[in-house]
Design a protein around this ligand. Structure first.
Ligand SMILES: *Cc1c(COP(=O)(O)O)cnc(C)c1O
Length: 359
């Protein structure tokens, strides 16, 4: 069976060495030594000013919305993982969907401005599949209307834009280190922002709002992560360069082998150093997608329809017109892509796809 993804697992002995350290210190969570080591290592690896490790990417989004004190309406993308929208609703704000660009699959800045009302407080955009949004245009709009910008950068581990980490743009960027992501800590997430003051606020909020052991700065939540998760993160970080190199080869191998397949691909923003985290293909019609998916499934290959359905159709949001997202959502399929995937398996997948289109 081939799934859309499979988690990377480091050699057990390397993980056990960290487990020994945890037992020696008898320290499991609450800002422990491994967590500190991981935060410093990731800050350095990602090339960012401030970095906080939290317990998942969804809490990272919720903390970002909370720390920026967002109210009212947040303009967001309908083409993302459910957590991008559900976090907004969970924080009692209203998601307003601006449709996406049909080449990049990211929120279309030209559609943002008409969504702005007196109640708009922010833009929450996803760098879809690690492809940077049109950051300059979003910044211009945010400046003009005094809006905050959060980037859901869950797919962006290692992505650079215009020579620096893509995470450095916007007021806050959030990451996910879930087991299915390119870089993972089993469960986990991250927050990046350029302001030391905001980082401090986020760090208080992730720890119940504690200021000292006996005083509080404000309302908080439990967004902390554990030493065991940090250990997994430290183990995996040693392999990330190898993973990134392999991912690019696998991505390019698919492109080569699927050269004759009648599908189109996401356009990557100029100036991007990309991480090749996913391999989405866009069919001409949903029927073609369903046929290809069914052919793969009878061969025990399980691609995923990322992202389907379009979030603008969720029953708990007010209905909004996002025809491009609806259309792309219905026609896009992510092929299996993970470190252990072999060339033979890729060949097999490609043969089935080509055969489904009658080659
Ligand atoms: C995975 C993901 C999240 C959620 O991250 P978790 O760590 O699973 O909570 C949020 N946004 C996007 C775009 C994602 O892909």
């Amino acid at each position: 069976m081939i799934q859309v993804t499979a988690p990377f697992l480091p050699p057990k002995e390397e993980f056990y060495a960290y487990v020994d350290k945890i037992w020696d210190k008898n320290w499991l969570t609450n800002n422990g030594p491994l967590l500190n080591e991981l935060e410093l290592s990731l800050k350095e690896y990602l090339g960012v000013k401030h970095f906080l490790f939290v317990n998942n990417g969804t809490i990272a989004l919720q903390l970002a919305i909370k720390a920026l004190n967002l109210k009212g309406e947040i303009i967001t993308t309908p083409f993302s993982f459910i957590a991008t929208t559900s976090s907004i609703v969970w924080e009692n704000c209203k998601p307003v969907f601006a449709d996406i660009d049909k080449q990049t699959y990211n929120i279309d800045p030209a559609k943002i401005e008409s969504c702005i009302t007196k109640d708009t407080s922010a833009i929450l955009a996803t760098h879809v599949f690690g492809n940077p949004c049109n950051i300059e245009a979003i910044e211009d709009i945010a400046r003009k209307y005094q809006l905050k910008v959060i980037y859901d950068a869950a797919h962006c581990f290692g992505v650079k834009y215009q020579g620096k980490s893509v995470l450095e743009y916007g007021d806050i960027s959030t990451l996910s280190f879930h087991a299915t992501k390119l870089y993972h800590t089993t469960e986990g997430g991250g927050l990046v922002c350029n302001s030391a003051e905001l980082t401090y606020r986020l760090s208080q909020m992730r720890n119940f709002g504690f200021k000292t052991a006996e005083s509080f700065d404000g309302v908080g939540i439990n967004g902390k992560n554990s030493e065991l998760h940090a250990a997994m993160g430290l183990c995996n970080l040693k392999y990330i360069d190898e993973i990134l190199v392999k991912r690019k080869e696998q991505f390019e191998y698919y492109q080569l082998k699927l050269n004759n397949l009648k599908v189109s691909y996401q356009s990557i923003q100029n100036g991007t150093s990309y991480n090749y985290a996913y391999f989405p293909i866009l069919f001409k019609t949903e029927e073609e997608l369903l046929k290809a998916k069914a052919e793969l499934e009878v061969n025990w290959i399980y691609p995923r329809r990322y992202f389907y359905p379009s979030l603008s159709g969720l029953h708990y949001v007010s209905e909004q017109n996002t025809p491009i997202s609806d259309s792309i959502s219905s026609r896009i399929l992510c092929l299996p892509l993970y470190h252990q995937l072999t060339t033979e398996e890729q060949d097999f997948i490609c043969r089935i796809l080509l055969r489904a289109q009658n080659y």
